[in-house]
Design a binder for this molecule. Structure first.
Ligand SMILES: Nc1c(C(=O)O)ncn1[C@@H]1O[C@H](COP(=O)(O)O)[C@@H](O)[C@H]1O
Length: 163
């Protein structure tokens, strides 16, 4: 693949089961991306370096997933002006409510676009990244229209089991 356009990062390898759904969507749309474990809490220096070099490395946005005290998306957003898309990962004790609130309740001035808890949020964050890139890429825009068309057709074809 070409130089990565999207960074997909997460606080721990244990987040991969959720975050792989973002990677899967980017694969489907043939969007180049990189995946890394970066933690604001456990690898703060690496987190700063990742955010500070993101623009010069050619990234256009960063999808950041974390669970529990999920400060990673907000801290990445604090150190880069790239759009940051936050994915709350389901946590063991509080089922991801803690992750969601940690990501969504940013102070004014440092936004993080926050998605739903878990797999659907990871998929939608990637679809949102695709939509942002598609603004300047007509081929990608066409793929997005096709994706919606296929989705609409598959929902229209849904049947329900009898009683
Ligand atoms: N929320 C964060 C951050 C951070 O925000 O910097 N770093 C790791 N974590 C989260 O800790 C959870 C448990 O991690 P482990 O499974 O490694 O114990 C993960 O969901 C991770 O995202």
């Amino acid at each position: 693949m070409n130089n990565p356009l999207v960074g997909v990062i997460m606080g721990s390898s244990s987040d991969w089961e959720v975050m792989k759904h973002a990677a899967g969507i980017l694969n489907d749309f043939n969007v180049s991306y990189e995946t890394e474990v970066v933690s604001a809490h456990r690898t703060p220096d690496r987190m700063f370096e990742y955010a500070e070099t993101a623009i010069e490395r050619g990234l256009k946005c960063i999808i950041a997933g974390a669970g529990g005290a999920a400060h990673l998306p907000g801290m990445i957003a604090a150190k880069t002006t790239l759009p940051v898309l936050g994915v709350p990962v389901v946590s063991r004790q509080l089922q991801g409510i803690d992750s969601l609130l940690s990501i969504v309740q940013m102070p004014r001035g440092i936004p993080v676009a926050t998605f739903a808890i878990g797999e659907a949020g990871a998929s939608n964050a990637a679809l949102f990244a695709v939509a942002m890139l598609a603004v300047e890429d007509t081929k990608l825009a066409g793929l997005l229209v096709e994706f919606r068309r296929t989705q609409t057709a598959s929902v229209a074809a849904m049947t329900l089991p009898g009683l």
